[in-house]
Design a protein around this ligand. Structure first.
Ligand SMILES: *[C@@H]1O[C@H](CO)[C@@H](O)[C@H](O)[C@H]1NC(C)=O
Ligand SMILES: *[C@@H]1O[C@H](CO)[C@@H](O)[C@H](O)[C@H]1NC(C)=O
Ligand SMILES: *[C@@H]1O[C@H](CO)[C@@H](O)[C@H](O)[C@H]1NC(C)=O
Length: 196
């Protein structure tokens, strides 16, 4: 009887360990859903939030991203990506920081585009550093996270506010500039034709 109990306990522990081979969430790059068979993401509002220390960014900027509990509910795992506001792909890369706490993953064939928790200790807050690409990805971004409270309870797509790419003028400004340019071109044209 004791042996049976022991075996059951052992199996349970092993399955937990299997879910977090090194404490990390198995990186499901696209869905960001951890592979915890038969459990689905919670549909309630997450007791966690993701914030960034900037609301705009320019290429090459370093942004400090904070993942934290809003009511001291601990999390034992997380996964984080920076995505374009359309949500279609990841942007930039993460720095290792405290390597004993995090793990970097190459999702969508982009190096270090995903960061996750790599220790079994529970957290209420962690800060990570993200670096904006120097070129490409000229779009506004959002930080998207999955928080794992325990094997059965986790929340996906916990997003930060949108971080605006500051060297792209807002669409309204673009339109204004365009009309301005057309106006100048037209004025130039009418001058040219009056010269003829
Ligand atoms: C924190 O919020 C979650 C979800 O809203 C709730 O289930 C949990 O009981 C709360 N925990 C505390 C300590 O207030
Ligand atoms: C945000 O954090 C990064 C990294 O710590 C720092 O380099 C940057 O100056 C901070 N930006 C602001 C606006 O505080
Ligand atoms: C890294 O995290 C571990 C675990 O929380 C902690 O013991 C250690 O002091 C941290 N190291 C640094 C440099 O922050």
């Amino acid at each position: 009887m004791y042996l049976l109990l022991f075996l059951l306990l052992k199996m349970y522990t092993l399955s937990q360990v299997h879910a977090y081979p090194d404490g990390s969430i198995a990186p499901a790059c696209d869905s960001m859903i951890p592979t915890h068979p038969s459990f689905l993401p919670q549909s309630t509002v997450a007791p966690y939030r993701v914030t960034a220390n900037r609301t705009t960014y320019t290429p090459g900027d370093v942004i400090r991203v904070t993942l934290e509990s809003v009511n001291s509910t601990e999390f034992e795992g997380f996964m984080l990506q920076a995505r374009t506001s359309s949500g279609k792909r990841t942007v930039g890369y993460f720095m290792p920081g405290n390597a004993s706490l995090v793990r970097l993953h190459d999702c969508f064939s982009t190096e270090k585009s995903t960061i996750s928790h790599s220790a079994a200790n529970e957290l209420t807050r962690i800060e990570v550093m993200w670096v904006a690409p120097l070129t490409s990805a000229l779009d506004n971004i959002m930080f998207c996270a999955t928080f794992v409270k325990n094997y059965a309870e986790f929340w996906t797509m916990v997003n930060s506010q949108t971080i605006l790419l500051s060297n792209s003028p807002a669409p309204a400004v673009n339109l204004l500039m365009m009309s301005f340019c057309i106006l100048i071109a037209l004025t130039g044209l009418s001058r040219a034709s009056s010269l003829l």
